[in-house]
Design a protein around this ligand. Sequence first.
Ligand code: CO
Length: 134
Amino acid sequence: MIGRLNHVAIAVPDLAAASALYRDALGAKLSAPQPEPVHGVTVVFVELPNTKVELLEPLGEASPIASFLARNPSGGIHHMCFEVHDILQARDKLVSTGARVLGDGAPKIGAHGKPVLFLHPKDFNGTLIELEQA
Ligand code: CO
């Protein structure tokens, strides 16, 4: 059911410092910082030949990554995103196997303008999983 690894998201306390690390030390190609107020994050896309890394910095008061950074002050892998062909079909299949979808279960429009949803990390070996309809 899942296809390409669309991205790995890393929560960072300092987006400028993290960007410099990926750009200067690792020699990666980066996007400009993109504020996503609806999602409570500012994102920099690190473009790799086969996938992306997304550096996420909290934006606003109620950022969903604030508590993660409180537990992991130097940052850490926050989630992985897999592409699916049909997000509603994927959701229904997962729910039928007992997996929990975060929020109200309805896909939201993600950072790439495509429908996404998140699966509970306790159901996936402690890893928050995002599904994106490709
Ligand atoms: Co993501």
